[in-house]
Design a protein around this ligand. Structure first.
Ligand SMILES: [Zn+2]
Length: 92
């Protein structure tokens, strides 16, 4: 009956929230990489992280993944440069 998972309230980085809001407001401009679950701009042909070229363009999936990334540990190094690198991911 012991909870092994540390329940820590994650403070949301305003920058991450801003990115997430932008994606949720306009999910048609984004897609989710099938390989690594990163969110990319729709016009990116190949995932720069995992070289995958298959993407999920389902709006619900994009929004779901946006929330996952928003609430994941802030290990993403690309948050501040989504538009520059056209990707948002929690992968290194
Ligand atoms: Zn990928």
């Amino acid at each position: 009956m012991k909870k092994s998972k540390n329940k820590k309230v994650l403070e949301l980085d305003p920058m991450r929230v801003k990115i997430a809001e932008g994606i949720i407001a306009n999910p048609k401009e984004f897609k989710v990489c099938d390989g690594c679950d990163s969110i990319l701009l729709r016009d990116v042909p190949i995932c720069p992280l995992c070289s995958h070229y298959r993407f999920n363009t389902d709006i619900e999936e994009i929004i779901k993944q946006t929330n996952v990334l928003l609430h994941s540990e802030p290990k993403c190094m690309m948050d501040s440069s989504l538009t520059e690198r056209k990707i948002w991911s929690d992968k290194k």
